[in-house]
Design a binder for this molecule. Structure first.
Ligand code: 3HB
Length: 324
């Protein structure tokens, strides 16, 4: 598979007998993401592929590169900007390091459940946040949700924020996520996903911010005893495209891409929402202590976010005003 990605400078290989009108063009697209094939985002990518092929009558093909085959998210976004890869599903967490507005998605407890977060995809503010990618040579297309964030603790059942004081926790290096934890007195390590398993196994960290999806796909239940299902933040992937490839397509073909990714996003969020109870049961069956922690414990963290991040960017404030 790796050999395929060396083939061309431009990801979208187009052909066809277009004469002014390019509606009959064929495309061989590439899409990259970091998760393994068992993760919902990969299933979403497969749905996107199916929809593209069907809606275009076979003119649009998609090759999917999962599991960081094309490198880190930073590498992948560079490849999408350069056009050697056409599409990506990139964490909102990483995108918040390139454009602050994406941090809005880490508003703690903004949504009642995953369905509510999925409805927010269609909001004006969600579209404006995607629109900020324009200046990076990207087209922000949509959001694909995995499960919400939970907390895993290696050997201590944490019952309150004061129990978190002094713990060393893996937290994705996105400032609002890190602030959420440091305000409890925990210290944070910004480890990338592939390093988390051995760090917790060897005791370098005492726990982590995670979701149930990656807990299962990475088998953290083998090395962690407790899972506090807080659902304190959502976890979207940003579906994006190279701008010149996308804008070079006919309006009709752009519409096919937009409708295909929309169908994939709906499919991903709804399928994932239906798995919440099943995922918790799977982890219990693996011997984990799976328990709930109430939102009221994190009142201070919610207020801190609104106060600090609302001021940083008008889109974050608009997001808070729309969903709080
Ligand atoms: C993460 O916690 O870094 C992560 C989790 C996912 C997917 C990608 C990254 O479910």
């Amino acid at each position: 598979l790796a050999a395929c990605n060396e083939s061309s400078e431009s990801g979208a290989t187009t052909s066809g007998e277009s004469s002014g009108d390019n509606s009959g063009k064929s495309y061989s697209f590439k899409l990259a993401h970091i998760t393994p094939p068992t993760h919902m985002w990969h299933k979403g990518a497969e749905k996107f592929k199916e929809e593209l092929e069907e809606r275009s009558g076979g003119r649009m093909e998609l090759e999917i590169y999962p599991s960081s085959q094309l490198g880190s998210e930073a590498d992948m976004v560079e490849q999408i900007v350069a056009g050697s890869v056409d599409f990506g599903l990139i964490t909102a967490a990483y995108m918040s390091s390139r454009e602050q507005a994406f941090a809005a998605w880490f508003t703690p407890y903004a949504f009642e459940d995953l369905e509510a977060a999925n409805d927010a995809r269609d909001s004006e503010v969600a579209k404006k946040i995607l629109g900020t990618l324009d200046q990076q040579g990207l087209v922000g297309l949509d959001y694909l949700f995995a499960g919400q964030r939970v907390m895993l603790f290696k050997d201590k059942e944490v019952k309150s924020t004061s129990d978190m004081d002094g713990l060393k926790l893996r937290v994705t290096p996105s400032p609002p996520m890190q602030d959420f934890y440091t305000s409890t007195g925990a210290s944070t390590e910004g480890l990338p996903l592939p390093e988390v398993y051995s760090a917790v196994q060897t005791g370098v960290i005492d726990g982590m911010d995670m979701d149930l999806d990656a807990t299962i796909t990475n088998k953290y239940h083998e090395v962690v005893d407790h899972a506090a299902v807080t659902n304190h933040m959502v976890w979207p992937a940003i579906a994006m495209a190279n701008k010149s490839t996308f804008e070079g397509m006919s309006e009709e073909d752009q519409q096919i891409v937009r409708e295909s990714i929309k169908a994939a996003a709906e499919y991903t969020a709804m399928t994932r929402a239906g798995k919440e109870e099943d995922f918790k049961q799977q982890l219990k069956d693996e011997g984990m202590n799976v328990y709930e922690l109430d939102e009221s414990l994190f009142k201070e963290q919610k207020e801190m976010f609104d106060e600090k991040y609302g001021k940083k960017d008008p889109l974050i404030q608009e997001f808070i005003d729309s969903f709080r």
